[in-house]
Design a protein around this ligand. Structure first.
Ligand code: GLY
Length: 307
């Protein structure tokens, strides 16, 4: 029997001082929800789902309600969940009427022979399986309308067609994620995001793509990433990191190596959590701050680390 362990993150970016308390509070609530599942003998996938659902419901994070807005002022959400025992995965991209996309990802994992649904097809799958749709405006909050307005007034959008990043890579990445190990020795991971500020409608980032922003395999490790999605996708960085663990690196060594590789190869910025099959942990980021939490028996830690 393994020692159940939960490691979650609430984004890696240039988090202003004024946002720290809200992030700590959100991480604390998510940690409690996920740990409650593991503590009563629940599965790693259930713990991941519980923790991420809390962060999606918390407007402090770029996931669920309160996410960054697309260029046309809407919320479009991406999420992935992966089960390290079976390698079953469920992913959704560009959903606009789902309050908790991680729950839809779980539904895909459990109920579909397919792995990934996007847009209206994903929403139809949700409704066919009993999920109630919301209105997109239920996910949009005034803080984000102002943020988008200010960014567009500052000319942020003008850079899109030049190939330059739409948002400064440090400004806007508080994607959420979780990794868990349950008492049966199974790993799971999940990642959920509203993506980047002022993204073009239809853009999908790294978070919901297998091996990019999320991966779990009992034979290597579980991981969830946050940060500037395009470089992470190009490097398939989640799989890159867990392969290092399979090759003998500790999760901490793999996490540090992944972030170093991200920056050296493509100038990318972000953060990563990694959990090994024995519950050993790794976390690294090259952004100014990263929010995280750890729970296991007799251990409960919350942090906003600084570079
Ligand atoms: N990492 C979140 C995104 O780029 O969409």
């Amino acid at each position: 029997m393994r020692k159940p362990t939960l490691l979650i993150h609430g984004g890696a970016w240039a988090m202003p001082d004024a946002d720290i308390a809200a992030h700590e509070n959100g991480i604390s609530n998510a940690l409690d929800a996920g740990w409650a599942v593991l503590e009563r003998g629940g599965s790693a996938v259930d713990a991941v789902q519980a923790a991420i659902t809390v962060m999606e419901d918390d407007e402090a994070f770029d996931a669920g309600r309160g996410s960054y807005l697309t260029r046309d002022g809407r919320v479009q959400l991406d999420a992935l969940m992966m089960d390290g025992k079976s390698l079953n995965a469920g992913g959704v991209g560009c959903v606009e009427r789902i309050k908790n996309p991680i729950q839809l990802a779980r539904l895909v994992l459990d109920e579909s022979p397919h792995v990934y649904f996007v847009g209206t097809g994903a929403e139809r799958f949700a409704m066919q399986h009993g999920m109630r749709p919301c209105d997109n405006m239920d996910l949009v909050i005034p803080r984000e309308q102002k943020r988008l307005y200010d960014a567009q007034a500052a000319g942020l959008g003008d850079t899109t067609f030049t190939g330059a990043p739409m948002a400064g890579p440090l400004d806007s990445h508080d994607t959420v994620g979780a990794t868990a190990l349950d008492a049966d020795g199974n790993l799971a991971s999940g990642t959920s995001t509203g993506g980047t500020l002022d993204k073009l409608p239809g853009r999908v980032g790294d978070s919901s793509l297998i091996g990019c922003g999320c991966y779990a395999d009992n034979e290597s490790a579980a991981t969830s990433l946050t940060g500037w999605g395009e470089p992470i996708m190009k490097l398939v960085l989640g799989k890159w990191a867990v392969d290092r663990v399979a090759a003998g690196a500790t999760p901490q060594q793999a996490a540090e190596a992944a972030i170093a590789h991200l920056h050296k190869r493509l100038g990318g910025h972000g953060g990563i959590i990694v959990m090994g099959p024995d519950g050993s942990l790794g976390l690294a980021h090259n952004t100014p701050r990263m929010a995280w939490g750890i729970a296991s028996e007799g251990r409960r830690e919350i942090g906003i680390t600084r570079n």
